[in-house]
Ligand binder design. Sequence first.
Ligand code: AMO
Length: 469
Amino acid sequence: MRDSTNWEPTAYRTHTIGQVVAAGESLVGSEVTIAGYAETVRGRGAICFLMLRDGTGRIQAFLKKDNMDDDLFDSIQSSTRESTIQITGKVAKKRPPKVPEGDPLPPPEFEVNAEDGMILAVSDTPLPVGVTDEVNVGLDVRLDNRHLDLRRAHVNAMFQLRSKVLQYGREHLISEGFQEINSPKIIAAAAEGGTNLFPMKYFETDAYLSQSPQLYKQLAVLGGLERVFEIGAAFRAEKHDTYRHLNEFVSFDIEGAWMDDEDVMGVQERMISHIWCKISENDMGLIDAVNEYRESQGKDPVTVEAPALPFPRIPYCEAIDIVKQGGGEISWGDDIESHHCDIIAEKYPGFHFIPRWPMSMKPFYIHHKEGEEGSTGGQLSRGFDLNYGRDEMTSGGAREHRVEVLEQNLRDVGLDPADFTFYTDGFRYGAPPHAGWGLGVARLLMVLTGAGNVREVVLFPRDRSRVTP
Ligand code: AMO
């Protein structure tokens, strides 16, 4: 439930339910107007107990037929669950429950003695997804009915946590001097290689949806903005159908001038540590809501402890050795896939960086790692990943800032520098060395909330088979 201490009254309510509950004794006898979803409606004859819930709390409204208009009483008494109802009445202290002699009295509870009200919208029955009671439906049914799924306490808590992750992440980057930018999402050339772009018609010309803010965040830094970040949508026309890939995802990106790969790994680990510290200081109620549900499903609770800094660094070559020693089949130059990551995670279960990937496996904008070679003589790069367990959270690296090398890198991956002049021109007038990363927000949320699928922590996911709701 959200903290609504500072919320102002609105056209529909004088108080949030959370405010009434928190005010306790001090509002007893005062008239309030509240509004919410009808969680349960009980009682027959001339009395009715209506449990109302809004996004900030729940409270019982007590309705007596002789206290209010007959028709209104009847309509509320026969209203369906999840209908929205407004109630006006005086706050009262509930009669304390009978407790065995010698036991401490529980804290007092409050209710609203209704005098007036209104049904704002009637809910259909039956509900396709249980809100307060657990109905076993699959993820697809839940996503088809996300508007209702979101009313479930633990789902609601996950999205509040998502908002907190973005808030604390922003807050940390701003404290390190990064400023927020917004790059275009309609673009003319691929940032991450040409194969997985969604084409679109842009008036008379062809265009694409942006895969990443990569080239634009670099141009912003080359232009003198020094340290930038962006939280925005990225689109990838990948045919993956996995628990961690979507075709639209939110990428949390930074780029900083006069920085290298090690510098931006530092920014990343400090930001994640800040997020984890803040959540454990302020938001454990949300984690409790998630854990209550996990417990009901027989799953281990999630814990939130600020990870120790620095995160371990396991250079690519060492990671390959760990996988081989652990019995995995892999050779230098191969991608490190999830089943390989499982082996590495046995030794490094938390967040860990994998720096110095082979240059051949990293995009054209990544800087070579001079003076170092892989075991088979292959060029290494200043590109890195951040992993947690079997999942990649982030990729990043130091960028190539010398325009001739950048153009050669483009040619090396079969791209034509002539298609990238909007980007390479940015390097022709003095370019600061720079570095950055892109973090998949939903992947980080999976770690924080224990969700087994990114779709759990994305409001309206877009995957191969889903473009609605
Ligand atoms: P990359 O392509 O590795 O790097 O993406 C960065 C991070 O974004 C997340 N991610 C995804 N999440 C869900 N569904 C997808 N299909 C998906 N693809 C990627 C991952 C990944 O680690 N420009 C670089 C970043 C940089 O160097 O600054 C880039 O986009 O968590």
